[in-house]
Design a protein around this ligand. Structure first.
Ligand code: ACO
Length: 366
């Protein structure tokens, strides 16, 4: 078949580009399953360590532990050498690269490699977070799991259980989401038989883009601008009249309420540190959903994961510029699981393209 006879879908929208047994994103019904288990159940009853192991090895361990890994000297040296003001996503991507160079990981990816690189990420981001503030990195505490360990290394104090649990819930909902752009990037890289560190570094680059990594910090600014529940209706109508988008609403796949938002909303409700802010968020959400529905009943726009991500990450005290890299740390579990799955397929991903350049021609004679 010639390229003209085939259908071209910009952005590969609607194209079936592979198979996965890892997560089911059911946009019409607002369902997200990891290996068959509903996301709400995993958040209520599981831990990030259990969920990561489930994704990597298709096994539910009653006791799973994933402590943060100590940083090898070359990683620390690279983080120390970064310029002041480096983007946290660049710092994390650099750490992944140096980890790969130091460990010389080779294809095919393994569960052990997946565990190691996932456990290095929080230590690297926490070290970067401290170094840029003129503080020395803190060694990981092997008794703490990933998210408590990350907060400990970032702040130098063991977090309270509620904060660690809330961040763990966020890591669970962020761990995997079908063939999103960064996961697809990881699979393309693995499909060339390149190593897991290259796949994760490439995926981090894809997630850094504002169309993917998202900006839950914009939800924070939006709510700050609205200020009070009474001001919400006017503010929202004015914004929509100006053709602006409400941050934290709408999704390419979900037409129903994003199940990740529902799970995080539940978690946020138990965080006393953000009680006032959350009251405003819930009131504004109610108004926003009503106004969006009244204006366009034919086009469902519901709350997405970013809305309550903002609440949870604020509640655990993370600075907004660390939000995208925090997402990347959680998604490392999914990227590495997809890398392992892709290696099992062992098929180069190499689509065709429509050539739009000139017909064959020849250089001018001098
Ligand atoms: N507020 C107001 N209007 C919206 C919103 C919104 N949040 N989202 C979509 N629309 C409107 C668009 O303006 C468009 O209207 P038009 O047809 O009159 O031009 C229509 O709905 C369809 O929009 P699309 O761009 O086709 O929707 P798409 O599915 O491509 O976009 C997206 C999804 C990017 C998430 C969009 O809903 C959006 O920009 N939301 C706000 C930003 C946000 O919350 N991003 C986080 C998403 S979750 C995540 O990425 C992890």
């Amino acid at each position: 078949m010639t390229t003209e006879e085939r259908t071209y879908s910009p952005g590969l929208a609607g194209v079936l580009a592979g198979e996965t047994a890892l997560s089911l994103v059911d946009g019409a019904n607002g369902r997200l399953l990891y290996r068959g288990y509903p996301i709400g159940e995993l958040v209520r009853e599981g831990s990030f360590a259990q969920v990561a192991h489930l994704l990597w090895a298709d096994e539910w361990l009653q006791e799973a532990h994933l402590p943060c890994a100590p940083l090898a000297d070359p990683i620390l040296a690279a983080l120390r050498d970064l310029p002041e003001g480096a983007h946290p996503m660049d710092a994390l991507r650099t750490a992944f690269s140096v980890w790969g160079a130091t460990n010389r990981t080779v294809w095919p990816p393994t569960v052990e490699q997946a565990r190691e690189i996932t456990a290095v990420a929080p230590s690297a981001l926490a070290a970067f977070g401290r170094l840029r503030g003129g503080l020395e990195p803190v060694d990981p505490d092997p008794s703490l799991d990933t998210t408590a360990g990350f907060l400990y290394q970032l702040n130098g104090v063991v977090p309270d259980e509620a904060s660690a649990r809330a961040l763990d819930a966020y890591f669970i909902v962020g761990a995997d989401h079908g063939f999103n752009a960064s996961t697809f990037a990881a699979r393309v890289i693995t499909a060339t038989r390149s190593d897991i560190a290259s796949a994760v570094a490439g995926a981090t680059g894809a997630l850094k883009g504002p169309l993917h990594g998202g900006a839950p910090s914009e939800v924070v600014s939006q709510l700050n601008e609205i200020g009070t529940p009474e001001a919400a209706e006017q503010w929202i109508n004015d914004a929509l009249d100006r053709k602006e988008r409400l941050m934290g609403f709408g999704h390419r796949v979900y037409r129903a309420y994003d199940p990740r938002a529902a799970a995080l909303r539940e978690v946020a409700m138990h965080m006393s540190s953000i009680a006032d802010w959350l009251e405003l968020a819930v009131a504004v959400e109610d108004v926003a959903l009503r106004v969006l529905e009244e204006r366009h009943p034919e086009r469902p726009l519901k709350t997405n994961v970013e809305y309550y991500t903002a609440a949870v990450l604020q509640g655990v005290g993370l600075p907004p510029d660390l939000f995208p890299a925090t997402f990347a740390m959680a998604r490392t579990a999914g990227w590495t699981a997809h890398s392992i799955e892709q290696a099992g397929v062992d098929k180069l991903i190499r689509p065709d393209v429509i050539y739009t350049g000139p017909e064959e021609r020849h250089l001018p004679t001098s």
